[in-house]
Each structure stands twice: as C-alpha cells, then as structure tokens.
Design a protein around this ligand. Structure first.
Ligand SMILES: Nc1ncnc2c1ncn2[C@@H]1O[C@H](COP(=O)(O)OP(=O)(O)OP(=O)(O)O)[C@@H](O)[C@H]1O
Ligand SMILES: [Mg+2]
Length: 440
C-alpha cells in the first residue's frame, strides 16, 4: 500500500509539475481527454443554455411529434468533426439556418467557461461551417510555433495566434505591411523572426536601419543592401525605384502585368525591404535636410503604390506613424495593408495602425501588458484580427541562420554598392574607417 501511495503521489506531483512547466504534455495527457469528455457529454445542454439553438423545421417537428412521439426540442449546430491538437481541441460545426458565426463569437466567453478551457475562438471555414478553436492553456506564455509551420514560397510563419495556429506573413497576399509599437514592445524581434524565415527563401533582403544599423547590421551576410543613415537610405530607395522601373519594362516586354506570370527563367527575384524605425526617415533637424526627406518620401510612396507587381515588398516598423510625421506620411500608411500593433502608450497609436482596418481591435492593442513583450494585434485583409506573439528569438540564432544561407543572396548588380561588407557593420560606400583614429 505504501508503494502504491508513493507511486500515486509521485504521479500527481509529476502531473502538477507538468501542468506548470510543460503545459503541452499536461494537455495531451490530462486536459485533452477530460475536455473532450466534458464537451461530448454537455454539448447539447451547453448550446441550449448559451442560446445557440434554433427551432427545428416544421417537417422535423412534425416527424418528432407524431412518429417518434417525443418532445420537440430546439436543435444545436451539428458537430461535423472533433479533433484534438497539441494545444487544444478543434470542433467543426454546421450552422443551422438562423444562426451566424457572430452568434458563436458573442457566446465564446460563455462556452469557454462551460467547458473549462483557456480560450475559445471562432473561425468561419466556409459558408455554413465554423470551427471552434479551443486552447487548453495560455499558448502565448511561452511561444512555440506549430511543428508544420515552415517558410515556403513567399510566406513566413512569424508568430503564434491565440488560437494555437501560426500567424503567417504571406508577401503574395499582403505585399506591404506596417508594424507599430512603443519602445521595447518587440517590434525588432518581430522583424528578426521575419528575417530568420525569409533568409531561407529565394529573396533579396534589403535593410534600412537608421539607428546606425544596431539591429540589422548583424544580419549582413544575408542582406543584399543595408542603409544605416538617412542619406544612404535616400539613395538606396532611389536605386530601388530604378529597379522597379526596369522590372516594369521587363513586364511590358513580355506583355504580362505581374512578375509571377513571367516564365521562371526570366522572373526577377523578389525583394523585401525591411525598414526599422521609419520616423528616422521622415524627421529632419534642419532646412537643408528637407530635400532629402522629399526624396525618401517620394521613393517610398512610389514603391508602396506600384512595386507589388514587380515583386518588391515593404515591411515598415515604427513607434508612431501619423500625420505628425509630415507630408506624405498618411498617404504612405494607407498603402500598407498588413498591420501589426504591439503594445502602445496611447490609444492614438493603436488607432493609427488599426482604426481603418479592424476598429474593434484598437481596445485590445491598448491593453497589451508591458510584461509580455512581443505580443501584438495583427489585422488581416479580411477585416478580422488576432492576438499574436512572436517566439523569443535571439539575435545570435538569426545571425547563424543568415550565415548558413548567405549563399542565397541573389545577384542584383544595382544593389551591389550598398552591399554591407562582412566583418565591418558599415555599408561598403561609407567613409573609410581609418580616418577616425587620426585625431588620437
Ligand atoms: N516574443 C517575445 N518574447 C519574450 N521577450 C520578447 C519578445 N519580443 C521581444 N522581447 C523582449 O523585449 C525587449 C524589446 O524588444 P525589441 O527590441 O524588439 O523592442 P522594440 O519594439 O524594437 O523597441 P525599440 O522601439 O526600442 O527598438 C527585448 O529585450 C526582447 O528580448
Ligand atoms: Mg527596435
């Protein structure tokens, strides 16, 4: 008996430990079977009390009443499929006439408590069908991307959604994007995750990091170009505009309207331009910088408006991005379809990012706590939004990936003058370093 008791105690202790330390394991061993059972037993009554049932059709009511001589009960959505995952439970429901996905969304808080799960989100899979995505524990506490999530094509899984699925940044669906967030909210880590994924794909990466390259110069082995000062950025962006025009000539020579329609042998490689801290490009300290600002803004707007068709993509990061940045700022913002908003200090910043694409997400973004860096609200083009969090990826890890895939840097002669020299974190055309110690 002593043995049995110790065994049971050890088992219980192990489970308690697993619940905190390895929630995935705990969920698979205990949470999933318990929740599945609870769901199966209480489905009908839960849907009934949550107001998610409809009156049966007349024919059905007639058959029930007269042929089976049973009471006519309201009918809940039919369960088409139940599937356990490593983070939760997915249930596909066929909606009866009279219910819409919004009804389930409105009741999701009640469902979550009824089945004792961490969260319930509702996704419409096709007309008439919805998927209830339950998560058994807080998946955003320690983020791990699902095993199948891998970069491919031009799509990179960068973060985890609250419902346990990967948030994929797909450049062919959303060609341009904007990431906002206060200091230390996790914007650079988001871009770092993007670079980690993009590095393995056949694309050219261009960095513009006007904080003297503190963030991006470490990724030099995989970058085709890097600008670390506004002056460099201005000329680099003009070179990109030139590249865009050349590519349009190529499209018109082949009589197509999109690079993806070109035969593979002549198709130019896609370029992703990553801008860290966009305000640095807009703000000027003196009158003489005005002309530079004008060049930068014009080039950025032209790229944002037209470059999608030729496979040039903008990925812009900043703390704020409103009209206070001056002429052209809101016009550029309007071109950036993808929006990711990290923790913000004021409601206006959240509104800058989300008000025009997903207004009900503004409140959620304003409530992200500071102790969870990397958490953000991502709006997608369909008007929906999701809470996401990036995996905590160290710079060294990404540097290693960049080194490993350095051979994938494509041949783009136009960008060669801006190719960061390895070893030195400054761009190739920067003034020689030897001039600095002359004053010693
Ligand atoms: N997903 C995450 N999980 C855990 N920690 C994170 C995550 N994302 C970011 N952090 C931490 O938060 C801190 C700030 O991140 P980051 O440098 O990306 O912020 P930022 O928004 O770029 O700030 P700044 O505006 O000052 O450049 C870093 O120390 C980083 O380790
Ligand atoms: Mg940063």
């Amino acid at each position: 008996m002593v043995l049995e008791a110790t065994g049971a105690l050890a088992g219980a202790g192990g489970l308690g430990y697993a619940k905190v330390r390895a929630p995935r394991v705990y969920w698979s061993l205990v949470g999933l079977p318990v929740t599945w059972g609870r769901f199966a037993l209480s489905y009908r009554s839960t849907m009934d009390v949550c107001g998610l049932t409809v009156q049966p059709s007349r024919l059905r009511a007639f058959v029930t009443r007269n042929l089976t001589r049973r009471e006519v009960l309201p009918v809940p959505p039919k369960v088409r499929r139940v599937r356990g995952t490593s983070t939760g439970l997915r249930v596909t429901l066929r909606l009866p006439a009279g219910l819409e996905p919004a009804d389930l969304v409105a009741a999701s808080e009640r469902l979550r408590h009824a089945w004792g799960v961490h969260a319930v989100t509702v996704a419409e899979t096709k007309p008439g069908y919805v998927e209830l995505r339950m998560t058994g524990y807080d998946v955003l506490r320690r983020v791990r991307l699902p095993r199948g999530a891998r970069p491919e094509g031009l799509a990179v899984p960068v973060a985890l959604r609250e419902d346990g699925t990967a948030f994929v940044r797909d450049y062919r669906k959303v060609p341009m994007a904007l990431t906002l967030g206060a200091n230390n909210s996790g914007k650079s880590v988001y871009q770092r995750n993007l670079i980690k994924g993009l590095a393995r794909l056949p694309v050219a990466l261009v960095g513009i990091d006007c904080k003297r390259g503190v963030e991006q110069s470490a990724y030099a082995p995989r970058l085709s170009a890097l600008a670390t000062t506004p002056d460099d950025a201005a000329s680099l962006l003009e070179v990109l505009v030139g590249e865009m025009e050349d590519r349009f000539d190529l499209l018109s020579a082949h009589r197509v309207s999109d690079v993806w329609e070109l035969p593979e042998t002549v198709r130019p490689v896609p370029i992703v331009v990553l801008v860290d801290e966009v305000a640095e490009l807009f703000l000027i300290s003196s009158r003489k910088d005005e002309e530079r600002r004008e060049r930068i803004v014009t080039a950025l707007i032209r790229l944002a408006q037209m470059a999608r068709a030729v496979g040039i993509h903008l990925e812009i990061c900043g703390q704020r991005f409103g009209s206070e940045l001056g002429k052209g700022a809101t016009m550029l913002r309007a071109q950036l379809t993808g929006r990711v908003v990290h923790r913000v200090n004021d409601k206006q910043t959240a509104e800058m990012g989300l008000a025009d694409v997903a207004p009900d997400a503004v409140v959620v973004a304003s409530l992200i706590p500071a102790e969870r860096p990397g958490t953000a609200v991502a709006a997608d083009s369909s008007g929906g939004w999701a809470k996401i969090r990036t995996p905590h990826t160290s710079r060294d890890e990404v540097v290693a990936v960049c080194r490993r895939f350095a051979h994938l840097v494509p041949d783009l002669p136009a960008l060669d003058p801006y190719r960061p020299s390895l070893g030195l974190p400054a761009p190739a055309d920067a003034p020689p370093v030897e001039s600095a110690p002359a004053t010693v």
